[in-house]
Write a new protein. Structure first.
Length: 265
């Protein structure tokens, strides 16, 4: 059973925690800019018998009250993760981040590396090519659509594989649509504009890099860049998966993650 709670970060932002499991090593999961913490339910349901699983709802997402847009930053997202970890009593944890979640992982390594036992970067990147142009194009698309739901329909067509079940398309649209435009704008800027390429060689914990074969948003080359840059990192390409690998192919993703966690030091 998945439990939910909301806590407050030191700056007052609301942070959500979806949790499942009461034994085993703790895993923190962090969603992407277009998702909510519920996107990890596929993992919480499957892995909670062997791990303590915590999916973090970042500030400005879902049903949480919107903070000031200027509080929606990469540093703010790291504070959300640490607030949740402290709330549930985690000194160290395995960190799994999809897209924006991976960016949060890189920022976490800069700010609190001692808290991380291992990383899994999913459909993420150390630096996105032509980042500002990408941000400008996304924001223009939202403005042209007029609301988040209409924008989400077009975005989901890129993010979700064409042969996916209709449920995946609806899920993607619904999770985009529950965000306010100001919060999504701020989160979009935070997502795409970081540059962590020089940090890669400093990462000393076991690392798994996962990419969907059909990811049209973060292509394989960006995952390969992470895997090459982090000493000893493993790369897994999931056949038939798009951008949100853990939801597109949960069985295959869960197997890759469990294998990695079982082999890490």
């Amino acid at each position: 059973m998945i439990a939910e709670r909301v806590v407050r970060a030191p700056d007052g932002a609301s942070v959500g925690i979806r949790s499942a499991g009461t034994r085993g090593d703790p895993i923190i999961f962090v969603h992407g800019v277009g998702s909510t913490a519920a996107i990890w339910d596929y993992q919480l349901d499957a892995l909670s018998g062997r791990f303590c699983c915590y999916a973090i709802e970042l500030r400005g997402n879902g049903a949480l009250p919107d903070p000031r847009p200027e509080a929606i930053t990469r540093a703010g997202f790291v504070q959300d993760v640490l607030t949740a970890a402290d709330e549930v009593g985690l000194e160290r944890f395995d960190f799994v981040g999809c897209s924006l979640g991976g960016v949060v992982g890189f920022e976490l390594w800069r700010r609190a590396p001692s808290r991380v036992r291992s990383f899994a970067f999913v459909g993420s990147f150390a630096a996105y090519p032509n980042a500002q142009q990408s941000v400008d194009a996304i924001l223009a698309s939202v403005e042209a659509a007029g609301d988040m739901r209409e924008f989400a329909k077009a975005r989901a067509a890129r993010a979700v594989p064409a042969d996916a079940l209709p449920q995946r398309f609806r899920e993607t649209v619904d999770q985009y649509a529950c965000k306010s435009i100001p919060s999504y704008f701020a989160a979009t800027k935070a997502t795409w504009t970081g540059d962590y390429r020089e940090d890669l060689a400093t990462i000393t914990v076991p690392t798994l890099v996962v990419c969907g074969e059909l990811d049209a948003i973060v292509p394989l080359a960006l995952s390969e860049q992470i895997a090459r840059g982090i000493p000893g990192a493993e790369l897994a390409v999931i056949a038939g998966a798009g951008h949100v690998v853990n939801a597109d192919k949960p069985r295959e993703f869960n197997a890759a993650l469990e294998k990695f966690l079982g082999s890490r030091a």
